[in-house]
Write a protein that binds this ligand. Sequence first.
Ligand code: NAD
Length: 479
Amino acid sequence: MNIQNYINGQFHNPSSNNWIDNYNPSNGEVYGRIPNSSKDDVENAYIAAKSAFPSWSQTTLEERSRILIKISELLEANSQRFAEAESKDNGKPLSLAKAIDIPRAASNFRFFGNAITQFASESHESIGQDAINYTLKQAIGVVACISPWNLPLYLFTWKIAPAIAAGNCVVAKPSEITPVTAYLLGEICNEAGLPKGVLNIVHGLGTTTGQAIIEHPDIKAISFTGGTATGAHIAKIAAPMFKKLSLELGGKNPNIIFADCDYNDMLETTVRSSFANQGQICLCGSRIFVEASIYETFKTDFIKKVKQLKVGHPSKTSTNIGALVSKPHLEKVMQYINIAKEDNGTILYGGNKVIVKGYENGYYLEPTVIEVSTDECKVNQEEIFGPVVTIMPFNSEDDVLQMANKVKYGLSATLWTNNLKRTMRMSNQLQSGIVWVNTWMLRDLRTPFGGIKNSGIGREGGFEALRFFTEAKNVCIKY
Ligand code: NAD
């Protein structure tokens, strides 16, 4: 499958005729090519977006809403095709792409199609000064959306939908590792009647295409999700040009389990929060801390459940864990398993590549559970982003809080307890943008989403996203 850029409503080859291979993680084979777009392609995308802006930013909210909801409906109508493409491109189980990725991409458009009709200007009456202020929320212009490979269409649309709902025109780049569903989205946008140039999708490497986007002097805002090092690089380039920045970066999230929790619910959810999407979700709880009194029981029960997870070809209905996204990523994750061994970690389960019959060159890895004796070891401090979790016991609330917070990241935390006062105390003190109590990844799209510390700046979700994609302009009138 050859992928093309989507610029001004049409599909184009890269101007430099420079291509990158696209791999199928389930068998390690190249199954297509994607453009490695140059500065010129990015410029063309920018020009298309700029030309579309005057009209799109003046399109009524009802009309924008109607088009976004139409895109959502078309994604739903094509969900099987999209789920198959996502699973093939990323290695995730087809069942997961069908249940989570594609429905959520459709929800993103529906949600922001509705949200924009409720996003209002504000007014402030300056009593005693005979003046009234009104605050407009104006579209910014041409904005950039750059997304990673782990939840390809889900995260791509989480940025694009609020950007266009707010009246902006977009130059977007999906990850070069998982470009296919972003490519297919172009067709859907045309079918839904999105005016040409409102959304432009350019494909390519971060260092060429991505770099050209972030360096573009007239792209005034960047919404980025990806690694912390890339985020820091983008901030460095963008800051002197005073671009608006939203950065959703890495995580090393604690999963804190107290003895008074609902044990079975916790166990079931903890298996999911550890290994869903091969552990390649920024919200996965990769550091499991268990209260000492239930530590041994948890260890036995958890391993028993993890052993039941079936690693296999993504398209099989029996598969719980598919392939990791790429060979370099598999190698990186395996390197961390070796580091854990050198650091005196005990591999309680997993740690090895899996050879799936018929797909011997696929990037499969066992779900891996490592017992660590200190939270300061490398595997407890650095983001691995694969099917690898560490477990260790704790003795007191203070101890676990200190360990949970002693990392450079602060994206999410999960807390399992039925003690209300402890819930309130700990939720207050955990250093993260999101705290889940007695659940994991329960999402309400109206809530603020994002991290603190090295997990990023800014918040996505609900009106936060619409605020990011608009400039507030205050008008003060004296009467
Ligand atoms: P990455 O940073 O390597 O790439 C992300 C995107 O940035 C890709 O599209 C890539 O091409 C682009 N990019 C790379 N260099 C660039 C540059 N110089 N200029 C512009 N764009 C550039 O991240 P990844 O490996 O694709 O994704 C994994 C990371 O994403 C993990 O760290 C994970 O935690 C993080 N993530 C965070 C969230 C969140 O919401 N906080 C969600 C998902 C993933």
